[in-house]
Design a protein around this ligand. Structure first.
Ligand SMILES: Cc1c2[nH]c(c1CCC(=O)O)Cc1[nH]c(c(CCC(=O)O)c1C)Cc1[nH]c(c(CCC(=O)O)c1C)Cc1[nH]c(c(C)c1CCC(=O)O)C2
Length: 345
């Protein structure tokens, strides 16, 4: 067991062992900035067709590993697969964001008819990738956190400041709590099944955690994430869980302490030195280069990289962006990033 871990720097870091050269992967590393991704998506006819074809989705997961040799591969799928399995229709139209129907502002949760088999292809992707990855590469599964997933389920699409969902949460906390609980329950099963199929760690994406008041943050971010961590750990002991509450800012220490995640993802608005001072010593962190510095490249990129590296000299650190890589990011800038982070490696 231990021998395998030391051969996988990312997993080893998640278990609390700092590496001299931090392991690196990038959120959204499988995606539109890669020409080989765009070609395969065009061939398959769209995002959902790609994500539900295990062979193609495995290929997309492996593309950035082959090209860049990242230390982690992230399953190619989407956080909205969970609402789809809960019975909403899911579409990714060209040039617009994802749509879910019927939206829960127009219907009730109980009217949805669950279609759990919609998640099956994901497990097929996982087992294919697990069999194909280089031995030093760690394999990450993921799910959206209940709050973030709920914001899409309630409105039926992305929404400005998540206002309609925050309003519903105040107006009818009972009904909203049921939505959160239903998402959390399915998420535990979904992540446990990803682990069973072969992922070695998981990340919980809470992309809209930053829009909540402190009380709402406790109830809709901390509580459901704590529940997922507790139940998943009981079912899959020893599998590290990364929590990424984007925009949590000053609420990060409470999030880390109360959810008991194994590692915390930091977005680019967090000062890495402040995070290092405020988070428990020894807690692994992931992040947090500004994706725009990567897009721009040159000096801005080098300076951004050095600042992040310098802040985490004493702590287990996984190098990543503060959120997903932008689709117009030049490949050469990703190469520049890897060369600088890895130095002589
Ligand atoms: C909020 C959210 C979603 N999806 C996700 C989040 C949380 C993280 C974040 O905030 O970015 C997470 C996600 N989405 C995708 C992954 C795959 C793994 C990876 O490479 O990180 C992951 C981890 C693929 C995807 N998911 C999506 C794409 C682009 C689809 C395409 O090829 O056109 C990819 C590669 C589509 C998607 N999916 C979603 C939106 C809002 C969109 C449209 C906007 C966009 O295109 O970036 C929902």
């Amino acid at each position: 067991m231990i021998e395998r871990d030391t051969a996988k720097p990312l997993l080893s870091t998640l278990r609390g062992k700092r590496q001299d050269v931090p392991p690196i992967w990038l959120m959204r590393q499988a995606g539109r900035y890669l020409p080989e991704y765009r070609a395969l998506r065009a061939e398959k006819g769209g995002f959902l067709a790609l994500a539900t074809d295990p062979e193609a989705a495995a290929e997309v997961t492996l593309q950035p590993i082959r090209r860049f040799g990242f230390d982690g591969a992230i399953l190619f799928s989407d956080i909205l697969m969970v609402p789809w399995a809960m019975g909403q229709d899911l579409t990714f139209g060209p040039g617009e964001g994802p749509r879910l129907a019927p939206a829960l502002i127009d219907t009730v949760l109980g009217a949805l008819e669950a279609v759990p088999e919609r998640l099956q292809p994901v497990y097929g992707t996982v087992s294919r990738v697990a069999a194909a990855l280089p031995s030093q590469t760690s394999f990450l599964g993921f799910a959206g956190s209940p709050w973030t997933v709920a914001t899409y389920m309630v409105v039926g699409q992305g929404s400005k400041d998540q206002e309609a969902t925050r309003t519903l949460a105040y107006r009818d906390p009972g009904a909203f709590g049921e939505i959160i609980h239903a998402i959390a329950t399915l998420t535990v099963d979904y992540l446990a099944a990803q682990i069973e199929a072969g992922v070695e760690a998981v990340q919980l994406f809470d992309s809209w955690a930053g829009s909540l008041s402190p009380e709402q943050f406790e109830r809709w971010v901390i509580e459901p994430n704590a529940l997922i961590v507790r139940e998943l750990r009981a079912r899959a002991p020893g599998v590290p869980i990364i929590g990424f509450p984007k925009g949590a800012g000053a609420k990060l220490p409470a999030y880390a302490q109360l959810t008991k995640v194994d590692a915390v993802g930091l977005d680019e608005t967090v000062d890495p030195r402040v995070a290092d001072a405020q988070l428990p010593s020894g807690l692994p962190v992931q992040g947090n280069l500004d994706p725009l510095a990567l897009l721009v490249g040159g000096e801005a990129l080098d300076r951004g990289i050095d600042r992040v590296l310098a802040a985490f000299q004493e702590r287990p650190h996984i190098f990543n962006l503060g959120h997903g890589i932008g689709q117009h990011t030049p490949i050469a800038h990703v190469e520049q990033l890897l060369a600088r982070v890895r130095g002589g490696r």
